[in-house]
Design a protein around this ligand. Structure first.
Ligand code: GLC
Length: 590
């Protein structure tokens, strides 16, 4: 049963506050501009209720202190007392989707696909609790997580943000993640956001922001199911999804946003739109705002044109296109979330408890991330039991992802599309650094050219994908065009990652590296760093052992922990592994 968010105290507080607000103050609460498009003074002037950082959008030098200073300025502006103002504390939102990975020095956890391999809900709760603390350590109080997508097509660029294509596995994590993040709205909690409602993982061909063409029964059974435990845990916000359901965009779908989520399922928090997601409802921005508001969007995430959104919404209320009752319902929900979370009682960000705890990237946090890496590894092949390796062996380590913390973290890390190299991932270890720390005779040769049978007993080759996010991670066979987020398909403009999931074609350099080593008769252990399963038939036949490491995050040391036998392989596939036909079923793992 969905948790009731508004107890009597909250209801009384909210109603008395709502009654004092002018239309401008109400509409201001419903707008969430991106930080690059709004100043603290404008937050005060327009009564803005929330500001966000899009992926990679960071203040100053992107340190915790810079984030706290930024949030403090916005919060102070929102609380400014003036004749035409009612102080209402601002909520700041960010994508802390695998740790607070936007921020330099944060603990970066494995992306969700790797966490799906652990089958460990308790670990999810611990990860979420640590993530909440590192978010609070930057003065932020809201994360756009957990992603509850059930990815049905691994062509999708957001497959790695999905725990599994099995709704039961995703459901088993949802409550623990919300509990860990929100902490019963206590001092150590943040506002969570279940996303993206609904059917984001079910689009045709896995096309990001495309059309999910399935029956209502399938939508409920597969894509809505994980939201039930999240709602039972009292998740405070839900994000509308870019995709369409049978041709109707979720952002404009009153049946899904209002009748199902709010009325039938009893969701008492608020619905936020996705990044300019409203714009794709119509070529006329004013009409788009009306469609989204009347469908049930309560807060509008607007990258730049936020003033235009305010103007349209004010006009729609004055002309009756959007009834005042809809505005009141939206603002009531927003104020309910702020009050239930305790935002009205929290001091300014600079004076909050976690702002002075310096816990970002703390060693005990990184230990949990390292544990998650260990538990996420799936052993797919182990010919002649070549694993575990002898750490004193003469090891050659190779591959483009061996010494690349940026690549092992994937997207939504420091930058929206992730980073390359080690420099921007401060703290943690690359997979190579983790191996080197325990294996005295290990040598790095990224392209494998140093391979020498008289010098090396065995090689570890770390292969796979480069970072990507959203539509830029899609695999789209040439010529495949499916409707994206707008008539012409916004994602059509975002270059796809590739045209095939066959690794030997997608990244031939990896097979070249493997062969540069095996031609000397040196056996190879392959470690795949990727955001999804890939067809690796050729690589499997040419290597002795094969490990799926997914996107392990900052603590690459966890890979060495298992390769050398300090810890056993316990991870099992969260998705079936592709072959020309399915090679291994979900649940497989030696
Ligand atoms: C992005 C994503 C969403 C994210 C939001 C803010 O487009 O769809 O998951 O929370 O914008 O960055």
């Amino acid at each position: 049963m969905t948790a009731t968010l508004a107890n009597r105290e909250t209801t009384a507080y909210v109603e008395s506050l709502l009654a004092r607000l002018t239309l401008e103050q109400k509409v201001g609460q419903m707008i969430q501009p991106e930080r690059m498009a709004i100043t603290p003074d404008e937050v005060a002037e327009y009564h803005i209720g929330s500001v966000l950082s899009g992926g990679g959008s960071a203040p100053g030098a992107n340190t915790a202190a810079d984030w706290i200073a930024m949030n403090d300025a916005y919060w102070m502006a929102s609380m400014r007392d003036a004749p035409n103002r009612v102080p209402i504390p601002l909520l700041y939102g960010v994508d802390a989707v695998h740790g607070h990975a936007n921020v330099l020095g944060a603990t970066v956890f494995p992306h969700n696909i790797g966490l799906g391999a652990t089958r460990d809900p308790d670990l999810m709760e611990r990860i979420a609790q640590i993530t909440a603390r590192e978010v609070l350590a930057t003065g932020v109080d809201w994360t756009f997580a957990p992603t509850l997508a059930v990815a049905k097509h691994i062509y999708w660029g957001r497959t790695y943000e999905s725990f599994s294509d099995d709704p039961h596995l995703v459901s088993s994590y949802a409550g623990a993640l919300v509990r860990g993040l929100q902490q019963e709205c206590g001092r150590g909690g943040v506002v969570a956001c279940a996303k993206h409602w609904v059917g984001d993982g079910g689009t045709t061909n896995g096309r990001d922001q495309g059309n999910t063409a399935i029956s209502e029964e399938e939508l409920e059974r597969t894509h809505m199911a994980p939201y039930l435990p999240a709602l039972q845990e009292g998740v405070l916000t839900v994000m509308a999804s870019f995709n369409s359901w049978n041709g109707v965009k979720c952002h404009g779908n009153r049946y899904l946003l209002t009748e199902v989520l709010k009325e039938r399922l009893g969701f008492g928090g608020f619905v936020i739109s996705d990044w300019d997601g409203v714009d794709y409802l119509s070529d006329d921005p004013a009409e788009a705002m009306a469609m989204a508001a009347n469908a049930g969007v309560d807060m509008f995430m607007v990258s730049v044109e936020w003033k235009r959104c305010i103007t349209h919404l004010l006009d729609h209320v004055r002309t009756g296109v959007v009834p005042m009752s809809r505005i009141d319902d939206a603002v009531r929900r927003i104020l309910t979330v702020k009050h239930r979370y305790g935002l009205f009682d929290r001091p300014r960000p600079a004076e909050r408890y976690w702002s002075s705890q310096d816990c970002l990237g703390a060693p005990e946090h990184r230990e949990v991330a390292r544990e998650a890496v260990r538990k996420s590894l799936v052993l797919l092949q182990n010919t002649n039991n070549i694993l575990p390796l002898d750490r004193t062996a003469r090891l050659l380590v190779a591959g483009k992802n061996a010494d690349n913390r940026g690549h092992q973290c994937g997207g939504f890390t420091v930058a929206w599309q992730g980073t390359n190299g080690n420099e921007q991932i401060i703290g943690g270890t690359s997979i190579w650094e983790g191996i080197k720390a325990v294996a005295p005779h290990a040598q790095l040769s990224v392209d494998g050219s140093a391979a020498n049978a008289s010098a090396h007993d065995v090689a570890i080759v770390v292969i796979g994908e480069r970072p990507y996010a959203e539509g830029m991670g899609d695999i789209r066979p040439a010529g495949l065009v499916a409707p994206g987020s707008s008539p012409e398909g916004r994602t059509a403009k975002l270059d796809a990652y590739g045209q095939t999931i066959e690794l030997a074609v997608l990244h031939p350099e990896d097979l070249a590296t493997i062969r540069a080593i095996t031609r000397h008769g040196i056996p190879v252990v392959a470690v795949l760093v990727s955001g999804r399963p890939l067809i690796v038939d050729t690589e499997l036949t040419e290597t002795k052992a094969f490990v799926a490491a997914w996107l392990p995050g900052s603590e690459g040391q966890g890979v060495a922990d298992v390769l050398f036998g300090d810890h056993a392989f316990t991870g099992v596939l969260p998705f079936a592994w592709p072959h020309i036909t399915t090679r291994w079923p979900r649940g497989y793992g030696l």
